[in-house]
Design a protein around this ligand. Structure first.
Ligand SMILES: C[S@@+](CC[C@H](N)C(=O)[O-])C[C@H]1O[C@@H](n2cnc3c(N)ncnc32)[C@H](O)[C@@H]1O
Length: 240
């Protein structure tokens, strides 16, 4: 398993992403970030082997991503936050978008770079991106924000809202519910230590609108689609 690379140095290697990053962190860092990172490093191989990032196997998820891709085409660069092994990033790149992926887990990013050479991937936490204002046409938090502590997610969403250009879109995919599920195994009984925070759509809309974003789309997925009840929400930075 690869050692954790300092975020600053990993950014330097990725010019386009680095140009959209400014100094100084403004978001509280979760206290469990290191254990969450180590857990995703441990599950990364199985996640890839199980092909879990492949949206083409899920028509409703694919449709949502296709709609997002159409909405952000030509609006500005796109950042896939928590990109995992890069499937959605690559899917969007294949559609002609200027997209890069970033993930907390170095092992996930190793897979992304190996599987999609020529695409742009970097290691960093959603809480430590320090995105420049009005620099992105689109942001994805595609099943990658549910480990953020409840009080940290609003800070991250605020940073995303600021980073979008007017007309830019944010898409979130996540599990629906009320609980904070402490997980000790995942993706083939690999030992993990993380909490999955479930959200209700009304709670997320509250956070998104408080961040200054306008609702665009709200898709509720039943357990039969994604294994557990799930949500896809799309919000837009208003143009006026
Ligand atoms: C369920 S996977 C989803 C990966 C990818 N979005 C996909 O759909 O295949 C969750 C991903 O979120 C990443 N993640 C978790 N917390 C993160 C954080 N604070 N910042 C960036 N990525 C994070 C994990 O490393 C993992 O790759």
């Amino acid at each position: 398993m690869r050692a954790w690379a300092p975020i600053a140095s990993s950014h330097i290697a990725y010019g386009a992403l680095a140009s959209r990053i400014v100094k100084a962190s403004r978001i509280e860092q979760p206290t469990d970030l290191d254990t969450v990172r180590a857990s995703y490093d441990r599950v990364a191989d199985n996640y890839v082997a199980m092909n879990l990032g492949d949206i083409t196997a899920y028509p409703w998820l694919r449709t949502a991503i296709d709609g997002f891709a159409t909405a952000v085409q030509g609006v500005g660069p796109v950042l896939d936050v928590g990109c995992g092994p890069g499937d959605v990033t690559a899917y969007l790149a294949d559609r002609g978008l200027d997209v890069s992926g970033v993930d907390l887990s170095p092992r996930m990013i190793d897979h992304a770079r190996r599987r999609y050479p020529g695409r742009q991937f970097s290691v960093a936490s959603a809480t430590d991106l320090n995105l420049a204002d009005s620099s992105l046409g689109g942001i994805l938090g595609w099943w990658s924000l549910f480990n953020l502590p409840r009080h940290v997610l609003p800070q991250v969403l605020n940073s995303f809202a600021r980073a979008l250009v007017p007309g830019g879109h944010l898409i979130i995919g996540t599990h629906q519910g009320d609980d904070d599920l402490v997980r000790t195994q995942a993706y083939g009984a690999v030992p993990v230590t993380w909490t999955t925070h479930l959200w209700q759509p009304e709670q997320l809309w509250q956070l998104l609108t408080s961040a200054g974003l306008s609702p665009v789309a709200d898709l509720r997925l039943s357990e039969s689609v994604a294994g557990v009840p799930s949500l896809v929400l799309v919000a837009q930075r208003p143009t006026t």
